[in-house]
Ligand binder design. Structure first.
Ligand code: FES
Length: 113
């Protein structure tokens, strides 16, 4: 059983928005973005784009994809897969759960673990 971080109430992150949990706060050393996708679910990826340095939380959520705000690569929020150029490397996923109206992040546990 792994430790989770309560990042707040479901209502604190509007659909189509994201919240960044800093690397020092989440314990991985890398910032993690938690996205409230258009399908109503929450997903988490490493916040820094795998192409260059950009915050994916500043990008645009469309369905269950996020578009990087710098060069427009798209990533799947469910799997982290890089869906188009210029990114070719998948983003790391982290497990997210909603319990009793609170959003719990499990850093370093893959989304499908
Ligand atoms: S920095 Fe994200 S696509 Fe280039």
């Amino acid at each position: 059983m792994s430790d989770s971080i309560n990042i707040g109430a479901v209502d604190d992150i509007d659909e189509g928005e994201a919240k960044v949990i800093s690397g020092s706060e989440n314990g991985t050393g890398a910032d993690i973005a938690v996205f409230h996708a258009d399908d109503g679910n929450f997903y988490a990826l490493d916040d820094t784009c795998t192409h260059e340095t950009a915050s994916l939380a500043d990008g645009w959520i469309e369905g269950t994809q996020v578009e990087c705000p710098v060069h427009s690569a798209k990533f799947c929020l469910k799997t982290g897969a890089a869906l188009c150029m210029p990114a070719t490397i998948a983003a790391r996923t982290h497990k997210v759960e909603v319990k009793d109206g609170e959003v719990l992040l499990y850093p370093n546990i893959g989304a499908n673990a």
